[in-house]
Structure formats: structure tokens, C-alpha cells
Design a protein around this ligand. Structure first.
Ligand SMILES: Cc1ncc(C[n+]2csc(CCOP(=O)(O)OP(=O)(O)O)c2C)c(N)n1
Ligand SMILES: [Mg+2]
Length: 662
């Protein structure tokens, strides 16, 4: 069925009406973008997008990403009008209010039809790059009859202006992601006013230079939109469609100006818009025949989905595809056995090297793992031997050369995880986690299983100096909710932490790993890291001190303990590879490891900022003791730095004795 322009126009006006009325009711929100892009979005849904409201998550659907997340009423309108169960009209009435799934910005964890959380400008488009990567990888692995879909994006001027845009389109162009189609809401307006206030670049030329196809259309001419989208759909390159639009189109006195970007139109202008659009229905009422046209689009999707289900059932790889899309790990008996063998050994290596060694066990056993690094493969030790490059010649490859694009990499990994069917992990130096921090935050918010392999985790990296030496990073990562920050102490903890990260389906993980070698400290398996912290060495005699350490400082804590014991002072060493997991244990376990005894001195040792450690040391004899680094590092060999900054038995033991006798 083909809907003619005279049918499409009222459909687009339904988006406009819902958007202006919802923003007005909430007295908050952004009417300009949904009203301006209503015509383009209507053509996209009517003529191009493959979707089925009855099965929002079916695997071979097209992905639609509203990168300009402030225009959330656009996607809420589209989902409701096409017949998704969520959001309901009541949800839309409750736009931006407590209890409604129609949050201020679209949230993937609130509405099934929302593919990813957007609002932080630029990241939606960059996540879409990851979705398109996952699509190509799965198509190459499982065949076109199982995986064959597009990723469509609506992005605004802001998404194209952000720095991450450069990273994302460079990656997409290099990887020749022809299934990625970006519709640019080219309305020449941002919050402050005309885009010429801040931007003069030739955006189309920049995209072309990055290997993209670029098309152009009048974003309010249905035939012209359809022509341009068809050209983009047919292109084998990633495509940008510049849709020339008028922000707030339909509000006769306000359209085209920046006032319409992010404020309710007001009662008078809404009345004028109703008149202008010929929209006579009351707020939140959609005339039956317009709704029927929208619903007919939704109903159409079932055919493609059921045909695909038949193809999946016929595929000999169907069961494996279904497992991967469900995010369930394969049976990893071999992995469990490998860990037992490791425990029996005695391996002194840097934890980044232990990570690589473990990846060589994991990657062959878990084919959905896709690794990569932001140009630090040899330093992050992220490539397993079995992984071939992921590139346009072979999308079945499982190792991505992201280039020096930390933010782009992290956002792409979010998109890959959200697409499903793959488990992305990627590396950079821990210090550059700041470059991608907001994407790490979005991993946590979106509940994606993304694994960040962040090496060179302290002054222990040595000579590169303070620009490269993380000080505040480990602790500041711990501030992000729903993020596991693992800092393993040796080869065994490294393997355990990798396993925990892989098992955490709805929580991203950071693995903070050393450059320098560390001794193997454990000769027991049992996944002790799963409880976040555990007693690695128990006091002999009367316990006076508990040393709590992470990562490379656990070795030091063991040496400090030996010296205390030699002086007749009983001391435990608690290794705490993951503060979040320890905090999640029941009270009884936490008290077993850290007894509620004010006579015991608790001492934290971590080569980073001490702020935050009071959580575990304040309830302690004389307020406890925090050994750390509350300043920037320096350029020197690691050993010299640890000595200079007091990470030695000789420096720490007297401080403990002082505290004990105070
Ligand atoms: C990273 C980031 N910076 C700033 C903002 C705040 N912000 C929201 S919308 C917007 C302007 C976006 O302009 P454009 O994409 O052209 O949207 P339009 O005004 O056309 O709807 C800004 C600065 C944000 N959401 N994300
Ligand atoms: Mg704009």
C-alpha cells in the first residue's frame, strides 16, 4: 500500500500535535525538533523502516536511533502511532512526569522500541555506528538470510557539531558501513540561535571526505524526501541525507526561530498552530482515519518478521544465533578447567599480560567476543591470537582497529552491545578513560555489557610521567552507578574479573590493569573475586590490623603484613578487586571480612586518590589510615616512583605503628 502525500501530511501533523500538546502539558520539553522532522520521520516509517510493533525486539528489524534525543516526543509519537504497546497515550500525557515511561529523553530501559538512550548529543549517531558494525559482523557470520538490516539515524546540528561526530564518521567511512543512514535535521538552528553563530564548516564536504555518500532534500516535500531516502537506501556507503527543515514547522509565529527549540509553544501559539495545520482534534486525540493509516504501517511489519522467522528456523545456525542474541554465554567448561590449571601454576606477569593470556582462553570459547583498541593493541594486550581484523574485506573478523578514537570506540561498543549478538571489549590507557567517560556512563545507564580494558593503571607505568599516570581515575570510575571497576592483583584475579565481567549481562565493567609485572598471590580458585573483597592472608595471633589493598598494591600489603607479623602484630590482608561487588554482599559477609571492631586498625593501600577509602577505614582504631597518592605523579622508573611516594614497607609500617600507639 502506498500512502499519497495527502495522506502523509495529516499523519505528520499527528506527530506535531502530540508533540506540542505533550510539551505544553509538561510545561517542559522540546517541540521544535519533532515538529520540524515530522515529515521526514513519517516518510521513513511509511516507506523505508523495517519494524514490527508486535515484536519490538525481533532480531532483524532495522534499528532507528533518535540521536537528537531532546526531540524525544518524535519517537514517543512514532511508537505510539504505529501501534507499539508502549508508550500508551497515558504515558504521553504524562510526558516527563514521574511514573511515565516517556522520560525527558528516550531511555532504552524504559521502552522496548527505544534502541538506545540519547540526549548527550553526538553519541546516538556514534552508537548507531556500533549497531551497523554488529549488523555486518552477524551478517558475515550467520548469512544474509538471517541478518540483513539497516540502521537509520535522525541527528541534529548539535550531533554533527560534537567532536565525537568526527570519530564516529571516520570509523564508519573506513569500515564502509553502507547500512548506516543518517538523516540530518538541517534546520540551521541550535539553542543560542542561528548555527552561523558558531559554525561555518562545509559539513557535507567533511562527510564526503570521510567516505560517505551525501544526499540532500527539502525536508517538507514528501516526494523529495522519498527520493533522497531511496538514494541513501540504495547506497553501499554510509549515507548522510541533509534534510532542509524549519524548526517548529507548523507553529506559524514561532517556526524557524530558536525559541521553539526547547520551550512550550504556549496556549496562544498552539491555537494558532491548530488553525494553521487544520488540526481540530482536542489534545491527545488522533482522528480515527489518521490513526488507522499509522496503524496500517505498523501492521505491515509482521510479514517481514514472520518470513524472517521461517528463514531462521531453516538455518542450521539458528540456535547459535538465538543464543547470542539472548546474550547467554556458551557452555564454558574449557574456560573453567583452564582457570584450575592457572591456579596450580605460578605466573608472575603484568595484569595486562595476564588479561591477554586469559583472552586467549576466552576468545576461542566465546565467539561473540569482539575486541579492539584505540591504537594501543600492543600496550593494552587486547588481541587474542584467534582474532582476525574486522574490516570491509571481512566483517566476520573479531578485532577492531578503532584508531585513536576513545570516545568513538566506547560509543560504538555501546551500540554493538545494544544491537545484541556480540560482546564488545576495547582498550585504551586508563588515563584516557576521561576522553570517553560519558560513553562509559551511558554503558552503565543503558545496562550494556561493555568491557573496558584500561591498562597502565597507576604511577606503576613509570617513565611516561604525570600526563599518563592515572591518579584519580580508579576512584572516580567507582562513582558511576552500575559500573564494575575491577582492579585485579595478580594473574588469578585477572582471570576471575574477566569472567565476572562477561557474566554481568546488564552491567559494564572496567578492568584496570598494570603495565608492570606482579607476582601470583593466590593458589586457590573458587572465584574469590566474585565477592568483591576477601581475606587473602589471615592474621596469625591477635588481629590488630586489616590491610585493604587493590591491584598492584596487594603485593605491597602482603609485604607490610609480613613485617608487622615479624614484629608480633597480627594483620589480615584483604584484597578488594571490586568495591561495587563487595558493597553488594550481605552484611554478614562484609562483617566477616571487616569486623565491626574499633580496636582494629584498618589501612587502605592504593596508588591513587585516597578520597573514598574512608568508606572502609573510618570505622577503625584512631580513624584508620589511608595510604595513597593525592597529587600528580612524575617521570621516573616505576620503582623509583613507588619509593618516592611512600609505597614501601619502610614508609608504611612506621605509620601503622604510630596509629596503633596513638
Ligand atoms: C553533549 C551535549 N551538550 C549539550 C547539550 C544540551 N543541548 C540540548 S539540545 C542542544 C542544541 C542542539 O541543537 P540541534 O541539534 O540543532 O537541535 P535543534 O535545536 O535543531 O532541535 C543543546 C546544546 C546536550 N544535550 N548534549
Ligand atoms: Mg538544529
Amino acid at each position: 500500500m502506498t500512502l499519497s502525500p495527502d495522506r502523509l501530511a495529516p499523519m505528520a501533523n499527528a506527530i506535531r500535535a502530540l508533540s506540542m500538546d505533550a510539551v505544553q502539558a509538561a510545561n517542559s520539553g522540546h517541540p521544535g525538533m519533532p515538529m520540524g522532522m515530522a515529515d521526514v520521520a513519517t516518510v521513513l516509517y511509511a516507506k523505508f523502516l523495517k519494524f514490527d510493533p508486535a515484536q519490538p525486539k525481533w532480531a532483524d528489524r532495522d534499528r532507528f536511533v533518535l540521536s537528537a534525543g531532546h526531540g524525544s516526543m518524535l519517537i514517543y509519537s512514532l511508537l505510539h502511532l504505529t501501534g507499539y504497546a508502549s508508550p500508551t497515550l497515558d504515558d504521553i500525557r504524562g510526558f516527563r512526569q514521574m511514573g511515565s515511561v516517556c522520560a525527558g529523553h528516550p531511555e532504552n530501559f524504559l521502552i522496548e522500541g527505544v534502541e538506545c538512550t540519547t540526549g548527550p548529543l553526538g553519541q546516538g549517531l556514534a552508537m548507531a555506528v556500533g549497531m551497523a558494525m554488529a549488523e555486518r559482523h552477524l551478517a558475515a557470520t550467520f548469512g544474509d538470510d538471517v541478518v540483513d538490516h539497516n540502521t537509520w539515524v535522525i541527528a541534529g546540528d548539535g550531533c554533527l557539531m560534537e567532536g565525537i561526530n568526527h570519530e564516529a564518521i571516520g570509523l564508519a567511512g573506513t569500515l564502509k558501513l553502507g547500512r548506516l543512514k543518517v538523516l540530518w535535521d538541517n534546520n540551521k538552528i541550535t539553542i543560542d540561535g542561528d548555527t552561523s553563530l558558531s559554525t561555518t564548516e562545509d559539513i557535507q564536504a567533511r562527510y564526503r571526505a570521510s567516505g560517505w555518500d551525501v544526499f540532500d532534500c527539502d525536508g517538507h516535500d514528501f516526494a523529495d524526501i522519498e527520493r533522497a531516502l531511496a538514494a541513501a537506501a540504495a547506497s553501499d556507503r554510509p549515507s548522510l541525507v541533509s534534510c532542509r527543515t524549519v524548526i517548529g514547522k507548523g507553529a506559524p509565529n514561532k517556526q524557524g526561530g530558536h525559541d521553539v527549540h526547547g520551550a512550550p509553544l504556549g496556549a496562544a501559539e498552539i491555537e494558532a498552530a491548530r488553525e494553521h495545520l487544520g488540526w481540530t482534534s482536542a489534545p491527545f486525540e488522533i482522528p480515527a482515519e489518521i490513526l488507522a493509516d499509522w496503524r496500517s504501517l505498523g501492521a505491515r511489519g509482521a510479514a517481514a518478521r514472520t518470513e524472517w522467522e521461517a528463514r531462521l528456523a531453516a538455518s542450521d545456525k539458528g540456535a547459535e544465533f538465538t543464543r547470542r542474541m539472548a546474550g547467554e554465554l556458551p557452555d564454558t567448561d574449557g574456560v573453567r578447567k583452564a582457570l584450575t590449571d592457572w591456579v596450580a601454576g605460578d605466573t608472575n606477569v603484568a595484569t595486562r599480560k595476564a588479561s591477554e593470556n586469559w583472552l586467549n582462553v576466552l576468545a576461542p570459547a566465546i565467539p561473540e567476543m569482539i575486541g579492539g583498541s584505540a591504537d594501543l593493541t600492543g600496550s593494552n594486550n587486547t588481541k587474542a591470537k584467534c582474532q582476525a581484523p574486522f574490516n570491509p574485506q571481512d566483517y566476520s573478523g573479531r578485532y577492531v582497529y578503532y584508531g585513536i578514537r576513545e570516545f568513538g570506540m566506547a560509543a560504538a561498543m555501546n551500540g554493538m552491545a545494544l544491537h545484541g549478538g556480540v560482546i564488545p571489549y576495547g582498550g585504551t590507557f586508563l588515563i584516557f578513560s576521561d576522553y570517553c567517560r560519558n560513553a562509559i556512563r551511558l554503558s552503565a545507564l543503558q545496562q550494556t555489557r561493555v568491557i573496558y580494558v584500561l591498562t597502565h593503571d597507576s604511577i606503576g607505568l613509570g617513565e611516561d610521567g604525570p600526563t599518563h599516570q592515572p591518579v584519580e581515575h580508579v576512584m572516580s570510575m567507582r562513582l558511576i552507578p552500575n559500573l564494575y571497576v575491577f582492579r585485579p592483583a595478580d594473574v588469578i584475579e585477572t582471570a576471575e574479573c574477566w569472567n565476572l565481567a562477561l557474566e554481568a549481562q546488564e552491567t559494564p565493567s572496567v578492568l584496570a590493569l598494570t603495565r608492570q609485572n606482579l607476582p601470583q598471590l593466590r593458589s586457590s580458585g573458587d572465584m574469590l573475586s566474585a565477592r568483591g573483597a576477601y581475606t587473602l592472608r589471615s592474621a596469625e595471633g591477635d588481629r590488630k590490623v586489616i590491610l585493604i589493598a587493590t591491584g598492584s598494591e596487594v603485593e605491597l600489603a602482603v609485604k607490610v603484613r609480613d613485617e608487622l607479623q615479624a614484629q608480633g602484630i597480627g594483620a589480615d590482608v584483604v584484597s578488594m578487586p571490586c568495591m561495587e561487588l563487595f558493597a553488594a554482599q550481605d552484611e554478614a559477609y562484609q562483617r566477616e571480612i571487616l569486623p565491626n571492631d574499633p580496636a582494629i586498625l584498618r589501612v587502605s593501600i592504593e596508588a591513587g586518590i585516597t578520597q573514598g577509602w574512608e568508606r572502609y577505614t573510618a570505622f577503625s582504631r584512631n580513624g584508620g589510615l589511608n595510604i595513597g597518592l593525592d597529587r600528580f605523579g612524575a617521570s621516573a622508573p616505576a620503582k623509583v616512583l613507588f619509593e618516592r611516594f611512600g609505597f614501601t614497607v619502610e614508609s608504611i609500617v612506621p605509620k601503622i605503628l604510630d596509629k596503633l600507639s596513638a
